[in-house]
Design a protein around this ligand. Sequence first.
Ligand code: ACM
Length: 384
Amino acid sequence: MANKDPIRVGVLFSETGVTSTIGRSQLQGTLLAVDEINEAGGIDGREIVPVRYDAQSSPAIYAALAERLIVQDKVNVIFGCYMSSSRKAVLPIVEKWNKLLFYPTLYEGFEFSNNIIYSGAAPNQNSVQLAEFMTANFGARVYLIGSNYIYPYESNRIMSDLVLQRPNSSKVGERYVKLDASERDFQLIMADIRATEPDFIFSTVVGDSTASLYRAYAEAGFNPKTMPIASLTTSEAEISQMGADVALGHFTAAPYFQSINSETNLRCLERLRKRFGFECVPNMCWEAAYFQVHIYANAFRHTGQDDIGQLLPRILGSEFEAPQGRVRIDPANHHTSLYPRIGVANSRGQFTIVREATRPVHPDPYMVTHSLGDWTATLSTLEL
Ligand code: ACM
């Protein structure tokens, strides 16, 4: 008789703590995909059952729960993590037990694990395009602000390397704040920005304090038309926390924005609304969390099991028609071919897409080559 046992998978995001707004959206992207698969009959009649824990935005809790998922709950696959510090905490655990982590977040690159599938953007798929766009439109004197952990340090290093290749470029400031920074912490930095007059600010601030940064900027009276904030982590979710008026005119580079006007995206958003109403704010990490579950399920359909030895050869090279476009897991580096885009925050709390790649850009996590991708002409003028 065919095996009808449910398939347990680990689901490990931050439902509380400083990155919970984005973490909950990743959870909802994951659960939406699980529901879709189960409603369509599961995997050969087997239901996917998420074993879900709240990692509370703490790398130590991520590590403990990853171990528990593997040892006690006996899962072979974990979907999870946002901050790179949490991925770095889970990496040795999935390697030790030879299990698989699907990681749905943009990050700093310069990493490979045979036990991780990276479905968010590598720096050659967001930083390169953002550096080109910002320096071409605003100038090459950059001020870097980040949260105090590995992703901001590394992502700021990459951004300054890219910007400093331009004529008349300089790094006019670089500051780090704690993960729970308040508006007051950013006010001191705004005073320095007033004194140094950069052409643009690059923010690698994550989580709840993102709203405090943008509010401090607005209260300082700066003008996004002449000195905007550019970011890889300020998504629709963070904008929902700070308010559309505060975000207006600032830039983000990402493979996915909620405003993508494709059939696949619109239908997916409709299913999301039916399942979660307007509680979920779709964004780049929500989308990666969503499509990576389908990549997993499609591989499982071929193998009938999800131990890494069977599953990995089926995942590598596989493709999926995602809300951003057709994505593919690169067999050489486990990262994903994605569609770089640049959006400017508009008055509806959404992004107006001002540039986008017409073809997917291969992931190059070690930044060996810096292709900009095949950009379409700027889609709209920079009228805000
Ligand atoms: C991140 O920490 N990878 C956003």
